[in-house]
Ligand binder design. Structure first.
Ligand code: PLP
Length: 433
């Protein structure tokens, strides 16, 4: 399988290069040259298949001969060693819970599969990989936990000081080992600029290979298709799927699974007040805007990075896109109210992101009577105790997986928001090689 660059389609790369390079500052995103079509036998067997089994059949369609089958098996078994739960709430609504991984958010799926790929690549040569990541919160934690203990791979995570939640900061700073957290006295944009310039300048010595693990890496997108096969396999076909969207990677994965032959009837792009895509669907004009802070903060994105990919899945055709995807957006008061209303009616506890997806599904079903659907819950409500508990009037139990990081000791390297300082740090640590 070849991957082409969305900004310049003549530039193609194999899976390994697409993953190791991720994206370079002047280039576009990688996209598979065609959407692989699993055979009909796969779709017949789907209702009986576990997530790792699905992953082992779909994954190789994307990696071709670049990852041997035995390695793929190991990557999938290790990456997806936690449950995916599809829960029925009533006759028309089911919830797909993607928050049972080690950091209690769906980013674990992409990060763990990508980490498995990097481990394999680094086992094939004797160069140490230094993976740089800028995070505004959840991504860094998922990457850190996925790469912890990986041989010959160092992870360096830059995060904006004082701008991530204390749980998120603990997930970045308490693991130690091959994980280094750099606390930047600046913004997420500063962190991202520092990573970009380090990658562009190829600072650090020749014995190490710098790589990036940003959110648009194709090795994070591919595994996000797997759970849509699982959901439709277990729920039956013809379902609407509502996805809480920020950078639009998760819903792009759903659209790719759909175009591969999966029986999804419609998609809902549900957002908070960062409504760039719902507005596009209504008007046909894509107008990125500065992001606005909300209680569903992992979705505070005004210029979704995966929009070009999603548009591409629908052949850059507005009428196909808007015929397949409906967009709805919700403000903080509506999200809070909905968490309370659903808890009162069913006893089910939503986090603010899952609540946006649930609202999106309700809005769709309102306009399309008789349909039924699945909404995607991307984070455990315990990660947003401060918002959820006052609304439902009771405590939310913290899952075992994230309890450990609450007590760990914080270690970080403080840094000014300066590319020169990061270059100096890397030089000091890795030399000229
Ligand atoms: C990242 C994230 C989202 C948004 O996913 P995208 O793929 O960026 O659209 C939604 N919910 C949670 C909890 C997240 O961490």
């Amino acid at each position: 399988m070849l991957y082409y660059n969305l900004k310049n389609e003549k530039v193609t790369a194999g899976f390994t290069d697409a993953v190791e390079n991720g994206i370079s500052p002047d280039m576009g995103l990688f996209m598979p040259e065609r959407i692989p079509q699993p055979d009909s036998g796969f779709f017949r067997r789907l209702p009986q298949m576990s997530l790792p089994e699905i992953a082992m059949e779909i994954g190789p369609l994307y990696t071709g001969d670049e990852i041997p089958m035995s390695v793929m098996r190991q990557i999938c078994e290790e990456a997806f060693n936690f449950p995916v739960i599809l829960r029925r709430l009533d006759d028309h609504r089911q919830v797909l819970e993607l928050f049972h991984g080690p950091t209690a958010a769906f980013k674990d799926f992409g990060a763990r599969f990508m980490a498995g790929c990097f481990r394999y690549f680094s086992s094939r040569d004797d160069r140490r990989r230094v993976v740089l990541v800028a995070t505004s919160g959840d991504t860094g934690g998922a990457i850190a936990s996925s790469f912890l203990g990986a041989e010959a791979i160092d992870i360096i995570i830059l995060y904006p000081s004082g701008k991530v939640s204390s749980l998120q900061e603990n997930q970045l700073t308490t693991l130690g080992g091959n994980i280094t957290a750099i606390e930047v006295e600046g913004t997420f944009d500063n962190c991202q600029a520092m990573v970009k310039s380090a990658l562009a300048a190829r600072v650090a010595g020749a014995k190490v290979k710098l790589a990036s693990a940003n959110s648009i890496n194709i090795a994070r997108l591919i595994p996000q298709t797997f759970y849509y096969y699982f959901a439709i396999g277990h729920a039956g076909g013809g379902k609407v799927i509502s996805v809480p969207s920020g950078n639009f990677g998760n819903i792009t994965a759903a659209a790719i699974a759909w175009r591969s032959g999966l029986d999804i009837s419609s998609l809902v792009a549900a957002t908070n007040v960062n409504r760039t895509v719902p507005d596009y669907l209504r008007t046909g004009t894509f107008r990125p805007a500065p992001s606005v802070a909300t209680i569903a903060n992992a979705m505070d994105v005004g210029n979704p990075g995966n929009f070009d990919r999603l548009r591409r899945v629908f052949d850059n055709d507005y009428s196909r896109f808007s015929g397949a995807v409906s967009g709805y957006w919700f403000d903080d008061d509506t999200i809070r109210e909905h968490i309370g209303e659903v808890y009162g009616r069913t006893g089910y506890i939503l986090d603010p992101h899952g609540a946006v997806a649930s609202l999106g599904l309700d809005a769709f079903l309102e306009h399309n009577r008789g349909s039924s659907g699945i909404f995607v819950a991307t984070a455990h409500p315990a990660k947003f105790k401060g918002i959820v508990e006052p609304v439902i009037g009771r405590e939310v139990e913290v899952p075992e997986s994230i309890r450990g990081v609450l007590t760990g000791r914080k270690q970080s390297v403080k840094m000014k928001p300066s590319s020169a300082e990061l270059a100096g740090y890397l030089y000091e640590r890795y030399g000229r090689g």
